[in-house]
Design a protein around this ligand. Structure first.
Ligand code: KIV
Length: 271
């Protein structure tokens, strides 16, 4: 049973309070009503309608083809069945390329039921973050490995391993917090760097492939259930269905292991 409900939903304040008392935040993607309801009832604090749907549901080899219409369609299903989790919606590739597009597209997501929007980038998204925050839209800044930039990065590669790049990421994380970001998401960075960033910021930091010393964890729901077309899943993925007798039990175990700091282990983290 979840502690949250439609009359007691997770908000940005809930997440800030959790960070302050050291309680870990459990986040998971969902793209449809059935998973949304199940994840809410299992105590997932933040449900992400992620552009990973381009790879997971649509079979593309990257998230780049995902459109605003795609996110809005899945957000609508997730929103309808959710009771109590915070819903974060991804702003797809090129949907925040200009200030006008940023405002218009973020507004569309919020009107469709998102409680927060997620943008990938570093200092170049600080102006967008500021514009949205000023207008009352909570922003999660996604840093580290940013899949929308896979062509520029040259692959799905761990970020911040070199000391100069690590220093740059710390500065950029602080800049995004100062610009008004309500949350940070760190993907595929060494655990020590993620810990350093988490301790330097007041806002909650959610990790995927960022070690256990962040404020919360996120995973793609299909990965958590071992449903993948990949020969070898990424290092940060754990298949919770292997030791559970139902999908519900698998999600509940994921939540418990996050809260108890058992997930991610060092085998799911990067040095
Ligand atoms: O789109 C997505 O699902 C994501 C997660 C991998 C964090 O951004």
């Amino acid at each position: 049973m979840s502690a949250y409900s439609s009359s007691n939903p997770v908000t940005i304040s809930t997440l800030n309070e959790m960070k302050a008392r050291g309680e870990k935040i459990a986040c998971l993607t969902a793209y449809d009503a059935t998973f949304s309801a199940l994840e809410s009832s299992c105590g997932i604090e933040v449900i992400l309608v992620g552009d990973s749907l381009g790879m997971i549901l649509q079979g593309h080899d990257s998230t780049l083809p995902v459109t605003m219409e795609d996110i809005l369609y899945h957000l609508d299903s997730v929103k309808r069945a959710n009771y109590g989790s915070m819903i974060m919606a991804d702003m797809p590739f090129m949907s925040y390329a200009s200030e006008e597009q940023t405002l218009e597209n973020a507004a569309a997501l919020m009107r469709a039921g998102a409680n927060c929007v997620k943008l990938e980038g570093t200092s170049w998204i600080s102006r967008s973050t500021e514009l949205l925050a000023e207008r009352g839209i909570p922003v999660c800044a996604h840093m580290g490995l940013t899949p929308q930039s896979v062509n520029r990065i040259g692959g799905y590669i761990v970020q911040g391993r070199n000391p100069d790049k690590a220093e740059e990421l710390i500065k950029e994380a602080k800049l995004l917090e100062e610009s008004g970001a309500s949350m940070l998401l760190l993907e595929c960075v060494p655990s020590e760097l993620a810990k350093n960033i988490t301790e330097s910021l007041e806002i909650p930091v959610i990790g995927i492939g960022a070690g256990v010393e962040v404020d919360g964890q996120i995973m793609v729901n299909y990965d958590l259930l071992g449903i993948t077309q990949m020969e070898k899943p990424p290092k940060f993925v754990k298949n919770y269905l292997l030791e559970a007798s139902s999908i519900e039990e698998a999600i509940k175990n994921y939540v418990s292991e996050i809260k108890e700091k058992k997930f991610p282990g060092i085998e799911h983290s990067f040095k």
